[in-house]
Structure formats: C-alpha cells, structure tokens
Design a binder for this molecule. Structure first.
Ligand SMILES: Cc1cc2nc3c(=O)[nH]c(=O)nc-3n(C[C@H](O)[C@H](O)[C@H](O)COP(=O)(O)OP(=O)(O)OC[C@H]3O[C@@H](n4cnc5c(N)ncnc54)[C@H](O)[C@@H]3O)c2cc1C
Length: 305
C-alpha cells in the first residue's frame, strides 16, 4: 500500500512521467500492457484474444480534458472505435472515462458526448462501460450512469470501487435495478476519511460487495487479478447456483495471462481490458504501482541501456 501511494505521488511530476514514458517504450514494458497506439494496431490484439475465447473491452487511453474541442475529439474517437469493432467483427465493447468527454468542464457537455457515444453503441448493438475515476467525480459519474441507464438499459454499465466506504450503499441502491456493474478495488490515491486505508479491509469489502452483487438482479463483472478473490467468486457462484450468464471475470491486458486461460477452461466468461493510444504513460504508472516487480524490470533496463 505504501509503495503504491509513493509511486502514485511521484506520478504527479511531469518530468518523471516523461522519463517513465521514455523507459516504458525502451524496455518494452509499455507493449506488454498497451495494445499499440492506434485502432489499427489494437484490432489484431483483440482478434488474437478472441481466437483464444477471450472477449475484450477497448479503452482509448487519455486523461482528463479541460478543453471542449478535446472532449469533442475523444467523443468522435470512441464513435470511430465502436464502428471499427463492428466492421472488424471482433467481440469487444468499450470502456470510457467521463473526464475524457468533458466531465471536468461541465456535466452537460459530458452528458451530450456520452449520449452521442451511446446512440452509436445502441445502433451497433454494443455496450459502453463507464470507468470509475477519482472520488471527486464519483457522484457525478453515478448520476450520469443512472440517467443514461434509464434510456439505454442494455448499452451502458458502471464501476464500483471496493476501497470507498460509500460503495456498499451505492451497491444497495444500484444492484436492484438489474444493471451491469464492474466491481474492482480502486486504483486512485484516496484519503482515509473516504476510503479504507488498509489492504485487508479493501479485500474484505470487495468480498462483501461481490456477494451482494452476485445475489442481485444485476450482471457482475468481477475485475481483479487476485487469486483468492477469484477463487472465492468461483466457490460462491457454485454454492448459490449463480448462472454463468449472470457474471464474468475481467483482467487487464498483460496481467495473469495463464490464469485467464484457466478461467476460460472452467467455462467462465473472461473479458480483458485492452488499452491503446498515444497517451499511455499515466496508465503505465498505475500498472507499475500495482506491482513492484514491474518497476524493477524498468529500472534494470535503465542500467542495461
Ligand atoms: C478489468 C479491470 C478494470 C478496472 N477498472 C477500474 C476502474 O474503472 N476504476 C478503478 O479505480 N480501477 C479499476 N481497475 C483497477 C483496480 O481497481 C485495481 O487497482 C487493480 O486491478 C489491482 O487490484 P487487483 O484486485 O487486481 O489485484 P491485487 O490484489 O492488487 O493483486 C493481485 C495479484 O495480481 C498482481 N497484479 C495486479 N496488478 C498487476 C500488474 N499491473 N502487473 C502484474 N501483476 C499485477 C499482483 O502483483 C498480485 O499478485 C480495474 C481493474 C481491472 C482488472
């Protein structure tokens, strides 16, 4: 937890971010977690995963935008991405960050863009997952989700982060609606007055929320690489006869590849979150924060060069 906090703090330095981007490219670590810089580069990666029986969720990498034109550009890119998925006949939906669509500028700007993307998703019979971001946006994201869920019930889903104290209440409110919820631990740096500071408490809450979701009318996307969480879900779904059509497992591209195959062999649905795009350095930093070994790999390549 301390290592993760330290890396996320250091990531606020632009110089360090540029250095990590440089080293990430040089060491090949970026290629392990990011499926190229363009839609054209990402499509064969998705096809290869589909060939193994894995479905995907494509994410166009980017952080918060503060300019309306940039938000408009991100929106058009997501519309193009949905069309490319359709044209290439790959099995993938998309995951988006609302701050990329202008949530930080104005909620109405963001809603307009989200609806444009959802219109395309509905026309192409696809699905849009709204990723969850830092806690200053949690309420806005959940509000926008609920608003759009009533209009596009089969085409939009949201994410709940187990590290937030508020998440149990959010799950109790959302899950009876029969929506599509991804449960993850949470990847941002949050203060102790709103998020569990200890890893064991986050894990305990993850299990609690997982069980609530699996027994609810909602569809659950179990997003974790943690073996004990996954094995718990496996036992719990068997004990409670939760149908296979009611949930799926999710992992990020480049992590737990062997385990993903094992999950498929058990007959479960496995979706891999596949990020791509030119703006990959902050994403790489979050992946480094989750595993010290990745950072060591990066540092070793520095001394080799
Ligand atoms: C599909 C998916 C979608 C997500 N969406 C969101 C979101 O919308 N919002 C949000 O805040 N967070 C999101 N996350 C991130 C999540 O909140 C956690 O930060 C992250 O998944 C680490 O927690 P864990 O439960 O997977 O594993 P941990 O319990 O932290 O780790 C379990 C094991 O997996 C290994 N591991 C974990 N990450 C890596 C890695 N990068 N490289 C190598 N090994 C690794 C660990 O070393 C450990 O051995 C998402 C995660 C996934 C898998």
């Amino acid at each position: 937890m301390l290592f993760r906090t330290l890396i996320l703090k250091l990531a606020q330095s632009e110089a360090l971010m540029n250095f990590i981007a440089h080293m990430g490219r040089r060491s090949g670590l970026a290629g392990r977690f990011v499926a190229g810089e363009s839609i054209e580069e990402a499509m064969p990666v998705v096809q290869e995963l589909n060939d193994k029986g894995i479905v995907t969720s494509l994410n166009l990498l980017g952080e918060e935008v503060s300019d309306k034109n940039e938000a408009e550009r991100s929106t058009q890119s997501y519309i193009s991405l949905l069309k490319a998925i359709h044209e290439n006949r790959v099995e993938s939906n998309v995951s988006i960050k609302l701050t990329q669509l202008g949530l930080g500028i104005h909620r109405q700007v963001c809603e307009k863009h989200l609806r444009a993307i959802l219109d395309t998703a509905r026309a192409l019979n696809n699905f849009v997952r709204i990723d969850m971001e830092g806690s200053r946006y949690t309420q806005d994201i959940l509000d926008l989700f609920q608003q759009t869920f009533s209009l596009y019930p089969n085409h939009v889903g949201v994410v709940i982060q187990a590290y937030l104290y508020r998440s149990e209440e959010d799950v109790r409110q959302l899950s009876p609606l029969g929506c599509n919820i991804r449960l993850c631990k949470g990847a941002y740096m949050e203060p102790a007055d709103i998020a569990f500071p200890k890893r064991q408490d986050v894990d305990r809450n993850f299990i609690k929320l997982l069980e609530l979701l699996l027994l609810s009318p909602s569809y659950t996307a179990i997003a974790t690489h943690n073996v004990s969480m996954i094995e718990h879900a496996h036992r719990f779904t068997a004990q409670h006869d939760v149908p296979l059509s009611h949930y799926e497992y999710q992992m990020v591209y480049g992590v737990g590849r062997e385990y993903q195959n094992q999950i498929i062999r058990r007959g479960n649905k496995m979706r891999v979150y596949v990020p791509f795009g030119t703006h990959w350095a902050p994403y790489l930093v979050r992946r480094l924060a989750e595993r010290p070994a990745n950072l060591l790999f990066l540092l070793k390549s520095l001394f080799r060069s």
